[in-house]
Design a protein around this ligand. Structure first.
Ligand code: XIL
Length: 786
């Protein structure tokens, strides 16, 4: 039961944590949005949704009731800047019209977003729309007005509840519209103008389907889809429908005009994702012709012009000024000066407070900022209530020469206690000049942000009674604290996706030099300060195992390695020379690893992808130079250098093929400790039983099995739920066979960084929140109770 509660909690956090980065030119919002209580002062910040109660007060004119004035913090704007305002309103059922007027367009009534409901405005009606600045200004304020009473009233005040009130900047005045591509494939955050055909579909006319590039979304994410519509005068209604809310008709954004839709009509609305998914699409739909003559004759199309069509995620916009109170909101970016004040032997910036930041043990946040002005100090630490003001776990950086301007600080912090308020201070110490004694130091912080990180269960822990669970990683992931956090939080073993392959390690110029004068002619490798060492350092520091991938792998070994003098176009060397090179290469890599990282690499892919599906040899450079003996020779050399605790594997794809696994076993039995089954699979291929047969055959020959490169590649028309089921059936098999399997590794972390990214094959979305496949893999060992 405990597990179930925990996983439910994780889902709630996903929904609440609306984050993501969007691609594309133009204006790109990239921050998160959180909910807040509307204060009685009605001060609001961009990109934050507010909920609260308020009153609409009768105007002097006596025929309208207003909620005045909302003020938007840090909201200077320029001509052409476009903003989206939205709220749900309840309590206005006696009024037919709700309007939001603002200073953005100088309180223009015609340009104010409005909603008219003949029968009165039902509770939870959404009122929203775009406003474009008609002049420069330094502060946005807006008001909500109710008018056209259904039943005459003299009430001085009306009680109103506003839910999810927010304003956000959608695009900058300087953005220009791009041409709408003919395939309707859009980049997030870019404005487009162009014509599209609406095609007859029964009684309605539809422009289908607009698709947004790189747009994976999580349940609860909010997107705005907006455009100005021309050419639809013959119809009374236009609607935008999207897959974000499962093409819902009731939640489609509709505009109705009894006289026909005027040219330049503003059609905009927000869509809240009903579930997680990948690839936003939408369509524009026209219905209810103004007359029979308004529809094109002979089933022809209606040509529409869309102006400033844009899709954006609801998010905060630019970095805003750090308030002097140092009270900040999560998911927002702050920039500003602070003072570090001397306190004994350190200089402190006290105290930052984070709004709505109650936390529990195990909660995680990311803190990040750039710091300038701290070059007098070697060390910077962030001490916080998140860790009971402890020092040991406080994230720190140390720079011997002083902390240079624009140094980035970023860390994921994990709460070691519970508290109602996250507060923190910056602590500078160890002056470069030991005699430094200034009373205060001016520091500038840029893009200071606190962001929630969704908690995720560890697969390594969940499968602890079965096998290790691992992932392929890249050196660049190791530079990113969020990836680090996911990798060590979820997996127990890692594989370098490319950094330990021969093409990454071999140094051609130095190898050529070794062929000159009294050089020994053996290959020279770049081992220190490499992508490999970065990954091994990370593994060592965090107690992760590593699969060493891959020593003899023709596919990623440069041809020059096989040539006389290591030249690009030389002839192949003799088999004797090639054997010596192989031995030298293997021993150099293995010796370096066992000397510098004892116990870290626990399995090695000694030979990778040497056989065809029918069991014949792949005709690669190793085969050409040495012949069929090279596979066993590689194992013999590896055996001579390997640490006693590590195991040797032959690794390949399509190991489910009978001829292939039989041949593999025939060759490596008595040489290898095990066989790696890569596992790049699709929904249907290979079958579970084919994989099972291969596992059994290998295990019956006293060889260990590792699943080394699992990913489930799906097509555009296959759902993430289908993928999740496939992952679940595979992990169920592996669990049942766990006596024969010592590890299962997935080939990457998130879809966007996968070698098959278009096939969305992995367990995490690009924001590192879990996909349905992650939950299903977990579910194999921690079934969710009904
Ligand atoms: C792939 C990597 O994922 C890519 O980044 C790289 O460009 C090519 O190699 N079988 C293997 C892996 O054994 O090493 C391959 O990795 C995928 C297929």
């Amino acid at each position: 039961m405990k597990k179930q509660v925990k996983r439910f909690f994780a889902k709630v956090v996903t929904a609440a944590m609306l984050m993501g980065t969007v691609a594309g030119v133009g204006f790109v919002p990239e921050k998160t949005v959180s909910a807040a209580q509307l204060s009685e002062y009605k001060n609001v910040e961009f990109g934050i949704k507010y909920t609260g109660q308020t009153k609409a007060v009768k105007n002097a004119s006596g025929d309208a009731w207003s909620i005045e004035y909302f003020n938007v913090t840090n909201s200077a704007f320029e001509t052409g800047d476009t903003f989206f305002v939205s709220t749900k309103i309840s309590g206005a059922s006696n009024f037919k019209q709700v309007a939001m007027q603002s200073s953005v367009n100088n309180w223009d009534w015609a340009g104010a977003p409005k909603k008219w409901t003949e029968a009165g405005t039902a509770d939870n009606t959404v009122v929203s729309g775009m406003v474009t600045a008609t002049e420069d200004g330094d502060n946005i304020s807006f008001k909500i007005q109710l008018d056209n009473a259904v039943n005459a009233t003299e009430a001085a005040e009306v009680d109103i509840t506003l839910t999810d009130l927010y304003i956000m900047k959608v695009s900058k005045g300087s953005d220009t519209s791009a041409d709408l591509p003919g395939n309707k494939q859009l980049d997030m955050g870019t404005r487009y103008t162009g014509t599209v055909d609406a095609v007859a579909n029964g009684d309605v006319y539809e422009a289908q389907y607009f698709n947004v590039n790189d747009s994976s979304y999580s349940a609860g994410d909010t997107y705005i889809i907006s455009y100005k519509l021309s050419g639809a005068n013959g119809f009374k209604q236009v609607a935008t429908q999207s897959n974000l809310n499962n093409w819902s008709w009731s939640d489609a954004k509709k505009v109705w005009s009894g006289e026909g839709l005027a040219n330049g009509l503003d059609v905009s609305g927000d869509f809240v994702a009903a579930s997680s998914g990948n690839g936003i699409s939408f369509k524009v739909r026209l219905d209810t012709p103004t007359s029979a003559e308004a529809v094109p004759a002979d089933g022809g199309n209606v040509q529409l012009t869309l102006t400033d069509l844009i899709v954006v995620k609801v998010a905060n916009s630019d970095s805003i000024d750090l308030p002097s109170s140092k009270t900040i909101s999560k998911g927002r970016s702050y920039t500003g000066p602070v003072q570090a004040v001397k306190d004994g032997g350190s200089w402190n910036v006290q105290y930052f407070n984070v709004n709505n930041s109650a936390f529990e043990v195990g909660d995680q946040v990311k803190i990040s900022f750039k710091v300038s002005g701290a070059s007098a100090f070697k060390q910077l630490a962030v001490q916080s209530s998140f860790d009971g003001w402890g020092w040991d776990n406080a994230p720190k950086i140390w720079r011997n020469d002083g902390i240079a301007d624009d140094t980035t600080f970023s860390a994921v912090m994990t709460a070691t206690c519970a508290d109602d308020n996250l507060s923190f201070k910056l602590w500078f110490d160890n002056p470069v000049d030991e005699t430094f004694d200034g009373n205060s130091v001016d520091i500038t912080l840029t893009n200071l942000m606190i962001k929630d990180i969704q908690k995720v269960d560890s697969l390594q822990d969940a499968y602890e009674n079965h096998f290790d669970v691992g992932a392929a990683v890249s050196a660049s992931m190791i530079d990113d604290v969020e990836y680090q956090n996911r990798i060590k939080g979820v997996f127990g073993t890692i594989t370098a996706e490319n950094e330990m392959k021969p093409d990454a390690l071999l140094n051609q110029a130095a190898s050529q030099e070794a062929c000159q004068g009294d050089g020994d002619g053996m290959p020279v490798l770049n081992l220190e300060y490499s992508g490999m060492s970065k990954i091994l350092d990370f593994a060592k520091d965090n107690g992760l195992k590593v699969r060493g991938h891959a020593l003899v792998y023709a596919q990623q070994t440069p041809d020059w390695f096989f040539h006389v003098g290591y030249t690009d176009d030389g002839a192949n060397v003799t088999s004797e020379v090639m054997e010596a090179r192989m031995e030298s290469y293997i021993s150099q890599v293995m010796d370096f690893v066992k000397t510098n990282y004892p116990g870290v690499v626990t399995s090695w892919d000694v030979v990778n992808e040497a056989l065809n599906d029918d069991g014949t040899y792949v005709e690669n450079k190793w085969y050409e130079t040495i012949g069929t003996t090279y596979i066993r020779q590689a194992f013999t050399y590896a055996k001579a250098s390997v640490e006693s605790t590590a195991k040797l594997y032959y690794n390949d794809y399509n190991v489910d093929q009978t001829a292939k696994y039989r041949r593999i076993v025939g060759i490596v039995k008595n040489y290898a400790d095990g066989v790696g089954i890569q596992g790049h699979v699709t929904k249907d291929y290979p079958s579970v039983s084919a994989i099972e047969t291969a596992i059994d055959y290998i295990a019956n020959n006293n060889l260990d099995v590792q699943i080394t490169e699992l990913d489930v590649q799906i097509d555009a028309d296959q759902t993430l739920a289908v993928q999740a089921d496939r992952y679940s059936e595979l992990f169920t098999l592996f669990k049942n066979k766990s006596a024969s399997i010592s590890s299962v590794t997935v080939w990457g972390i998130n879809d966007g960084n996968s070698w098959k990214s278009e096939k969305r094959p992995l367990l995490f979305y690009d924001d590192l929140t879990p996909k349905p496949a992650f939950e299903s893999v977990l579910g194999v060992v921690t079934p969710v109770e009904p």
